[in-house]
Design a protein around this ligand. Structure first.
Ligand code: NAG
Ligand code: NAG
Ligand code: NAG
Ligand code: NAG
Ligand code: NAG
Length: 353
């Protein structure tokens, strides 16, 4: 698909969605043990997942960016991580109205989303997930979270937030596309390695990240996970699922929520899918052939404002919040009052900064 065609589709889509007034929840269930799907929470988290794409880090840090509005008003950013080496961006903060720490990961920021998507066809299951027999994942997705400046900074910020807001605060991890894959590994890490109990994950348009053994472990360990897919979004179809080799292929974990656009009444409908992760009546029932469906969920844009090389904007008045390592990776950090009235330490303990 050429760039112009893509822009055209996006424009048509934006036009149509600008008329949509609300959403129709098809199914809400909790009686069979699946976690309860909450549409309002989804509308909130999609805004958090959208804001992490903003490149003006001063505005993002102060939560004054133009996407830092609506359901996310009043959010307090604690930390922004910009890993320039791997072109990754994430933030951690506290939403007092949700009594939750929010962790959000940005998707890829490349000139060509098409190239990124084409590459997804060929991703191998090439890493054993540590300490989980038979669980295989994609090395690149795994290392983006585990082997960059992202993980130590995120975990440090979570610890500081808990010191300040108390141990009973919820943790909600979100992200779109590649950021959804990182959110998956972060949520699992918080449960497995940090012993966190109140972890929820909600991703938008994420690719598959591991095999069925991995999906089983994941859904046992992080049951409160929703994987939102939008209509014909191509990315949740990748890397491909091959039902001739169910044990050797990529396999999604539950619970998918498939969002369909209904062009006859311009309202989208959400379907909460089954607990297999690969519900044949959800997004798998259609061809994954749309990039524009990937870049917009519920009318919220999930991409940078401009496609360009990895870059950020930051004013010098923010220098006192910022630290750079020798490779240019940047961390912006806010000092929080601790519950006993003392300031907590802003140093990132495990980082190589
Ligand atoms: C859904 O989430 C919202 C916050 O986004 C919360 O206020 C509401 O109580 C939740 N509803 C249910 C039924 O849990
Ligand atoms: C962000 O907040 C800081 C501290 O309150 C302030 O000094 C700075 O001017 C603000 N910057 C922007 C871009 O809003
Ligand atoms: C993480 O990075 C280090 C150094 O860059 C490398 O030696 C190591 O193999 C990497 N680990 C994984 C799991 O990729
Ligand atoms: C679209 O909406 C119309 C009117 O509400 C409804 O009759 C129809 O079944 C919907 N189509 C789908 C695919 O949900
Ligand atoms: C703040 O920290 C100092 C030194 O760590 C300690 O002596 C003091 O008691 C603390 N204040 C409160 C209110 O806990």
């Amino acid at each position: 698909m050429g760039q112009r065609r893509w822009v055209f589709l996006l424009a048509v889509f934006a036009f149509l969605l600008s008329f949509s007034s609300g959403t129709d929840v098809l199914k809400l269930k909790s009686d069979d043990g699946q976690p309860l799907y909450n549409h309002t929470l989804t509308m909130t988290l999609v805004e958090y997942a959208s804001a992490v794409y903003m490149s003006d880090l001063s505005e993002l840090f102060n939560w004054t960016c133009k996407r830092c509005n609506g359901f996310t008003k009043g959010f307090e950013v604690i930390e922004i991580i910009f890993d320039v080496e791997h072109c990754l961006q994430a933030y951690v903060g506290v939403a007092k109205d949700l009594n939750a720490i929010i962790i959000a990961f940005r998707g890829t920021q490349q000139h060509s989303i098409q190239n990124w998507v084409s590459d997804l066809f060929w991703k191998q299951l090439d890493l054993n997930y540590p300490d989980m027999a038979d669980a295989m994942v994609h090395h690149g997705f795994y290392t983006a979270y585990h082997n960059t400046t992202v993980r130590p900074a995120v975990l440090g910020a979570v610890q500081r937030a808990k010191k300040s807001y108390g141990p009973n605060i919820n943790i909600m991890v979100t992200g779109h596309s590649m950021g959804g894959a990182m959110a998956t590994f972060c949520g699992l890490d918080l449960v497995v390695n940090e012993g966190e109990e109140k972890v929820q994950v909600m991703t938008f348009g994420q690719p598959r990240v591991g095999n069925s053994a991995f999906a089983s472990y994941y859904s046992l360990l992080v049951p409160n996970t929703f994987r939102i897919t939008h209509d014909h979004d191509i990315v949740p179809h990748l890397p491909p699922y091959c039902n001739q080799f169910p044990q050797k292929t990529y396999h999604h974990f539950p619970t998918e929520v498939w969002v369909r656009d209904n062009f006859s009444n311009l309202i989208s409908a959400e379907k909460v899918c089954d607990n297999t992760g690969e519900d044949p009546t959800c997004s798998r029932s259609v061809k994954g052939n749309s990039i524009s469906d990937h870049l917009r969920y519920f009318g919220v844009e999930l991409h940078c404002e401009t496609w360009r090389q990895c870059s950020i904007v930051m004013s010098h008045e923010m220098d006192r919040f910022s630290k750079k390592d020798s490779k240019g990776n940047l961390i912006m950090s806010r000092t929080l009052p601790s519950t006993n009235g003392n300031k907590t330490d802003t140093l990132i303990e495990n980082g190589d900064l």
